[in-house]
Design a binder for this molecule. Structure first.
Ligand SMILES: [Zn+2]
Length: 136
C-alpha cells in the first residue's frame, strides 16, 4: 500500500492543527480496516469520512470500495445538527456519548433527534467535576 492519503487535519476533539495516525486494525488475523486516531489527543475517528481533514480539495479520498450511498456530505445548514451541539451529547475524557441513543458518538455525527443545547447562561455554575481518581 503506497497511497498518499491525507493526514493533515484539525482535530474535532482537541481542536489542534495536527496529524491523523492510521494503524491497521485486526480481528484475529484479518485486517478489518484502519484505526484512525489524533496524534495529539488520541481521539479515535470511526471512519475516514468523520476525520476533519484540512483543505478538502482532495476529494479522491474514497476508493470504490468505500463508496456507499450513505456517504454524507456536510453542507452549511447541517453543521447546526452536529452531535456536539446537541443537548444529549455528553463528553468525557474517554468517550463521546449520546444520552438519547445510549451509544458512542462523534462530535461530527448528525442525528434526526437533534435537540439544540441551550446557550450557556453567563451566570450558570460550571458543570460538576468528574470524580477524582483515588490516589494509589
Ligand atoms: Zn485531538
Amino acid at each position: 500500500m503506497n497511497e498518499s492519503k491525507p493526514v493533515e487535519m484539525v482535530c474535532s476533539a482537541c481542536g489542534k492543527d495536527t496529524l491523523l495516525v492510521r494503524k491497521p486494525k485486526y480481528e484475529g488475523f484479518t485486517r478489518v480496516g484502519d484505526e484512525l486516531t489524533c496524534s495529539s489527543c488520541g481521539h479515535e475517528y470511526a471512519d475516514e469520512a468523520s476525520v476533519p481533514f484540512k483543505g478538502r480539495e482532495r476529494v479522491q479520498v474514497f476508493t470504490d470500495g468505500d463508496r456507499s450511498p450513505q456517504v454524507k456530505v456536510f453542507r452549511e445548514g447541517e453543521a447546526a445538527r452536529l452531535c456536539r451541539y446537541c443537548i444529549s451529547y455528553v463528553v468525557n475524557p474517554f468517550m463521546q456519548w449520546c444520552s438519547t441513543h445510549k451509544k458512542e458518538v462523534q462530535a461530527t455525527d448528525t442525528c434526526k433527534q437533534f435537540k439544540r443545547k441551550p446557550e450557556p447562561k453567563p451566570d450558570s455554575t460550571p458543570p460538576p467535576e468528574a470524580p477524582k481518581k483515588p490516589v494509589l
